[in-house]
Design a protein around this ligand. Sequence first.
Ligand SMILES: *Cc1c(COP(=O)(O)O)cnc(C)c1O
Length: 377
Amino acid sequence: MYQKGRAWIELDRKNLASNLEQLKALLPEGCTVMPAVKANAYGHGAVLIGKALQDMGIQDFCVASVREAAELREAGITGQILVLGYTSPQEFSELSYYNLTQTVVDFPYAKQLQAYGRPLAVHVGVDTGMNRLGERSENIENICRIWELKHLKVTGVFSHFCVADGASEGEKIYTHGQITKFDSVIRQLKEKGISGFKTHIQGSYGILNYPELRYDYVRPGIALCGVLSSPEDKTVSAAHLKPVLSLKARIACVKQLHAGEKAGYGQTYTAEKERKTAVVSIGYADGIPRELSNRGQVLVNGYRAPMIGRICMDQLLIDVSEIPHVSPGDEAVLIGKCGAEQITAGELARMVGTISNEILSRLGGRLERITAGMNDY
Ligand SMILES: *Cc1c(COP(=O)(O)O)cnc(C)c1O
């Protein structure tokens, strides 16, 4: 695969297809996958991932913002695009221009959408206990009144789990409580003669840990990327997920450090003895957490090379003393496989005390993004 830049992301289309099939196999008949491709598809590249999924038969998507939705529409995504987050009244015209579906974040917001004065497609968010977006599930009167707002075309009703990833008894009980509240809202709407809407509540962990649920859509994000939020998570369904993303950068220069010499900003690294170091063309502005300074590793020629000194905005330093034949122009792997070695997003996440989702979604806009396995479809 030809790649010319300083730092880039490679997307494995085969693995994306495989993850999609793995998840589909867990779903009940008739349930539709509506991938969450917010935050540039978790850093992978929303247009590349969206188009690849569309080619694989996916029609519906969800994103966090109207701008993310517009980008997908402009790129040729034709199905339903649900904006999961808040859209300000100043942006309501974009919703109709791009034919998007907006989340009703609560009842007052529904009235603001109505006041726009033109037809808008919406999904009603129901808060079943996360206490984030959505009208509270017990406010059934307000929820029903959304259907009286004549400019709103309600095509869906949804909620969101907050501890579906948890394996403890308490977390399972809480999630079942959320399901009960959601089902109760749906039942009460139907009793009032309100119908014609789709339902959804599961993200990745909702699918993996509650495969018995039967709603119309699921909204997987991180699982489609082929990783778990935390690699040590135990899930009820064992899906064989494969990472879609690899992160690589070019070695810019290789040099010799003498015993006692220091390297990088703040001189936080000192060569104990004669060392061979390399400069890798990627930094914290590309999404490499600065906390990995003097702690992280990269793969070069199938070996692990430790990061040395502070990570810079655009570059970082590694010790390649133990690695034969390292030359400028060689590839360094920050996330992905190299020979028998592999570094996962989860490994980086664990080192800096976060989840893979954060590591991936922060990968920078200036990275080139390319797709491998194009010819396999
Ligand atoms: C981000 C998000 C998702 C996807 O979550 P994953 O855990 O990555 O699958 C689904 N639904 C909502 C409302 C979200 O905000």
